[in-house]
Ligand binder design. Structure first.
Ligand SMILES: Nc1ncnc2c1ncn2[C@@H]1O[C@H](COP(=O)(O)OP(=O)(O)OP(=O)(O)O)[C@@H](O)[C@H]1O
Ligand SMILES: [Mg+2]
Length: 394
């Protein structure tokens, strides 16, 4: 179980040692067969993210006999299965399509040595937990003692850590770099107090000040994403959008246009909050704040990656975002950021709800009552149950 801040290079941290070990052990080149038995399975929560991991895996295995393949929803199953049949050592997939491929008998698990869960806390929360349990319970899957299970994320709520133990060897290694669940310290975080009705104007003002610099604008709902993207286009601002109601083709085109700079404004729902590594995203703007502090940490981590400086601006509507104030203040303090006094006031005046729990800053096993660092001021809400909006994951 490994944790390090957003943009710090966790992908290479699991891909390189796995590939190196496969090579050292003389992995056999896979050949065409109706049934493939990969040595490695990597799962991630969104199509775009798993594709990005697949591309990295191809880069790192270039010139070797190791063949990575990717499967994910929203595109032709037949094509992906044909690709799998041509040979597969490293199978990257989103949970649904991966399980489908296994159930169709196209992929066997008897040779599996490494199972990687990227964005592991998301893979084990309520949305994906059943799929992950089906995966490890699939016929032929080596027991947890007989496979290496690797989990990576920048955030690990304590309850998820405890559940993760079901998937790992009893003496699993917990590796944390920096503050678990902490925001990337290379991101300058700013908060603007707004009202529901002033947000749109303030967004336009913000976009005018940054010119053609690249910005990801996060909103809460798919409808809101469409609405904002359309209204920005009407203002002649080159904008595209990504959310779960868009066709996969459109989602991929949106990322291509954003990466190339053709559309330097990308309006996104939480589907783009985790893992995506897009160079030169100078800004993240939370038009709507998320209702969960971990989600905030991942969103602002789309900028300030790999040692670069980034900027995150968040619109704070006291009527809606009050419950997040306390966690935000702690996140800001931990990342050595200035805390606005008005935000602090909201934090102290907001009622302390029982649903608040401590962030796990360390290995939850090390705490006698199973609670990690009780004295912590960092608070995290439990993961939000899969809301209707969550269906755009995967
Ligand atoms: N040793 C390195 N030297 C230079 N660049 C690196 C190194 N390792 C990784 N990178 C680059 O850093 C960027 C961020 O890496 P990566 O996407 O793996 O971060 P991450 O820790 O997985 O972040 P997140 O939590 O957002 O998923 C990538 O562009 C990657 O190529
Ligand atoms: Mg990552």
């Amino acid at each position: 179980m490994a944790c390090a801040q957003t943009g710090s290079g966790k992908t290479a941290a699991f891909l390189l040692p796995i590939l190196q070990q496969l090579m050292a052990d003389g992995v056999a080149a896979s050949r065409f067969s109706e049934l493939q038995e990969p040595e490695v399975i990597i799962v991630a929560p969104t199509r775009e993210l798993i594709n990005q991991i697949y591309v990295e895996a191809r880069k790192f295995s270039f010139g070797t006999c190791v063949r990575p393949v990717v499967v994910y929803g929203g595109v032709s199953t037949a094509h992906q299965i044909r690709e799998v049949s041509r040979g597969c050592n490293v199978l990257c997939g989103t949970p649904g399509r991966l399980l489908d491929t296994i159930r169709r008998g196209k992929v066997g698990l008897s040779k599996l040595r490494y199972l990687v869960l990227d964005e592991a806390d998301r893979m084990l929360d309520m949305g994906f937990e059943p799929d992950m349990r089906s995966l490890v319970g699939s016929p032929g899957m080596p027991s947890k003692e007989n496979r290496q299970t690797l989990m990576f994320s920048a955030t690990y709520p304590e309850n998820i850590q405890r559940m993760a133990a079901d998937f790992l060897k009893p003496d699993y290694l917990f590796l944390a770099v920096g503050v678990v669940g902490g925001a990337c310290t290379d991101v300058e975080q700013t908060f603007v107090k707004v009202t529901k009705f002033s947000k749109r104007e303030q967004l336009l003002d913000f976009l005018k000040t940054i010119g053609s610099e690249r910005v990801m604008v996060f909103v809460e709902t798919k409808r809101q994403a469409d609405f904002i993207a359309t209204s920005l286009c009407q203002e002649k601002l080159p904008t595209t959008s990504i959310h779960g109601d868009r066709e996969q083709r459109e989602r991929e085109k949106a990322l291509v246009d954003f990466r190339s700079g053709k559309c330097p404004v990308l309006v996104a729902t939480s589907v783009a909050a985790r893992g995506l590594d897009i160079p030169d995203v100078q800004h993240v703007l939370n038009f709507d704040l998320p209702n969960n502090i971990d989600e905030y940490v991942h969103r602002i981590g789309r900028t300030g990656r790999c040692g670069n400086i980034g900027r995150a601006v968040s619109f704070f509507d006291p009527d809606v975002d009050g419950q997040l104030a306390r966690s935000l203040v702690t996140i800001l303090a931990k990342a050595q950021q200035e805390v606005p006094s008005w935000l602090e006031e909201y934090a102290f005046s907001s009622p302390s709800t029982a649903s608040f729990q401590n962030f796990a800053s360390t290995d939850s096993r090390k705490c006698p009552q199973g609670r990690a660092f009780k004295d912590s001021s960092v608070t995290s809400q439990p993961p939000v149950p899969a809301a209707p909006e969550d269906d755009d994951w995967e």
